[in-house]
Design a protein around this ligand. Sequence first.
Ligand SMILES: NC(=O)c1ccc[n+]([C@@H]2O[C@H](COP(=O)([O-])OP(=O)(O)OC[C@H]3O[C@@H](n4cnc5c(N)ncnc54)[C@H](O)[C@@H]3O)[C@@H](O)[C@H]2O)c1
Ligand SMILES: [Zn+2]
Length: 357
Amino acid sequence: MEKKINNIIISDSLKELYFFLKKNKFSKLIILLDNNIEKKCLNLLYKDVPILNTKKTIIIKILSGEKYKNLKTCIKVWKIFIKKNIDKKSILINFGGGVITDLGGFIASLFKRGINFINVPTTLLGMVDASIGGKNGINFYKYKNEVGVINNPIHTIINYKFLNSLPKKEISSALGEILKYGLIYNKKYWDYIKKINFDGKVNWVKLIYIAVKIKNKIVNKDPKESLGVRKILNFGHTIGHAIESLFLLKNKIIPHGEAISLGMICESWISKKVNNLSDKNYKNICKVILSLFKIRIIKKKYFKYILKIIRNDKKNYNNKIYLVLLNNIGSASFNNEINEKLIIKSIKKMNYLYYKK
Ligand SMILES: NC(=O)c1ccc[n+]([C@@H]2O[C@H](COP(=O)([O-])OP(=O)(O)OC[C@H]3O[C@@H](n4cnc5c(N)ncnc54)[C@H](O)[C@@H]3O)[C@@H](O)[C@H]2O)c1
Ligand SMILES: [Zn+2]
């Protein structure tokens, strides 16, 4: 089965990439990847796209990990570009997870004021989120994704078979974002995901296709993030990101998807309190999330730190905290001003779910 949405293709092969590269005579083919991708995925790429398996292809390998998504790596890659005479008719293939596609998109967009690039995501998060929507960027001076550019790849080519080698924790990290898409935009998708047994056979093309379709629709309403509509993609992220940072402070890493799922529990509770979300739907959301992730208790002594992070959230303005809230399952609103007391109460309610189980 193959699915297409604009310039995004989802299937069980990369033959579209093969045809595209064959049809267009690019002067240089460059692949950006990390050490894990080289080991686990490069052979599969060569199998589907044999024209890449030649000495002429320029392979640029970086070390895997968020900490390399920085300016230092960009400079290193730009220097290689200059050494290898990369010109405007070259193409960069960003082959990897969200770190590679964020970084590679940024590198390509700035080099000679922009060269062609294609995304070939290899993580589930990359497939449903990072490789689409046109956001590229790097972390800068302690801040995540602080410097970047909105620019779309020529194509995003998704082959779900790369997921076979992906560690399970990376799959669950993406599940948080997938659940989010259902909650903010499409109840039917939510009903579909909650029935999937992720330990069994999964229809990846369908699952990824609907997620991409939802993100694409939301992004197209607000491509440059100027109207605000795109903010709904941040549901669960205000409190979730603070939880993620708290664990980082304690030198414990919890997957992003897990943190935002806990954030979605808190923000759903707030949606029940100040928006129209019904108690039945709130309970249903908790049940589904808790079947995939466990509650992490947030102790009272950390509430101050959580609020400090939340006050710095990108969606805030005029020193007020704004949250994305659910109106219902499948519908969200943004720019809801929320007071700090309610945020703390929502975290206490989440803690309470731990004891209730
Ligand atoms: N641009 C956007 O809109 C957007 C959206 C969401 C997230 N992001 C960014 O994405 C990044 C996170 O992406 P990620 O979760 O894909 O992380 P990642 O790119 O670090 O990949 C996770 C790990 O899996 C390994 N890996 C990748 N594919 C593999 C495979 N098929 N088999 C085995 N190992 C594999 C990688 O080497 C890495 O160690 C963050 O930097 C985040 O800011 C961007
Ligand atoms: Zn996220």
